[in-house]
Design a protein around this ligand. Structure first.
Ligand SMILES: Cc1cc2nc3c(=O)[nH]c(=O)nc-3n(C[C@H](O)[C@H](O)[C@H](O)COP(=O)(O)O)c2cc1C
Length: 215
């Protein structure tokens, strides 16, 4: 492999913070909440953008989605249940999530089982979206091949004709939320000389075990 010198020269010394097993919360969701709020305060670009990995037949696939809520139960995002990720989750209901907040030199990794959220909760969020997004959820057969852009435009026009003037647009049955219930969570804080801090929580017997991992 020809290594581009310019690429291999790109490196950052991380020195913005540190993280200790003695200072973190005993609960990873509380710790996540603290870091998420700090990411918002630091004006991280799209702090709720997260990489979401799913696996089918041992082959991983990865894409960005937006976190739309989190609490003690887990992390929630919305998508098309028939999409590639939806099909993968139907076959293997486990996923991994990564947040990267470069402005804070932080990464958070979360793994766990995934379930669909309730229809009522999906309805509530769907109805909060602007009309274009609600129509789009009907019109886009996410992850399917389109002959060209006009094929999508035609579908949008079809659903605009159906729902454009409607008071209430029903949620498409193929669109809704997923929740990942964390059982492994890692907080990574960049440190100088690649000697980063890594604090990992694992769920064992209903309790969270906290350990430090080597960088
Ligand atoms: C910043 C950003 C945010 C995104 N948010 C979502 C989202 O919340 N839900 C979603 O289905 N796709 C979202 N996407 C698009 C996905 O990355 C992806 O293209 C789409 O979900 C299809 O993925 P799949 O074919 O693996 O199912 C987002 C993309 C970017 C770059």
């Amino acid at each position: 492999m020809k290594l581009g010198k310019k690429v291999s020269d790109l490196r950052t010394q991380y020195a913005k913070g540190s993280l200790s097993e003695n200072e973190v919360s005993g609960n990873p969701i509380h710790q996540f909440n603290q870091w998420f709020e700090q990411a918002v305060s630091a004006e991280v670009v799209e702090p709720n953008a997260m990489s979401l990995a799913t696996v089918r037949d041992g082959r991983p696939s990865l894409r960005i989605v937006l976190l739309k809520g989190y609490d003690e139960q887990g992390l929630v995002w919305f998508t098309n249940y028939d999409s590639k990720k939806g099909q993968e989750l139907a076959q293997n209901p486990f996923a991994a999530i990564t947040f990267f907040w470069p402005e804070l030199e932080r990464q958070v990794r979360i793994e766990g089982a995934v379930e669909k959220i309730s229809a009522a909760d999906s309805d509530e969020y769907y109805q909060s979206r602007d009309k274009g997004s609600r129509i789009g959820a009907w019109a886009s057969p996410q992850s399917s091949v389109l002959s060209d852009r006009s094929a999508l435009d035609a579908r949008i026009n079809q659903y605009l004709a159906q729902y454009g003037e409607a008071e209430h647009i029903p949620r498409p049955p193929h669109w809704g939320g997923y929740r990942l219930r964390p059982d492994l969570v890692e907080f990574w804080q960049g440190r100088p000389s690649r000697l980063h801090d890594r604090i990992q929580y694992s769920r064992e017997g209903g309790l969270w075990k906290v350990v430090r991992l080597a960088p």
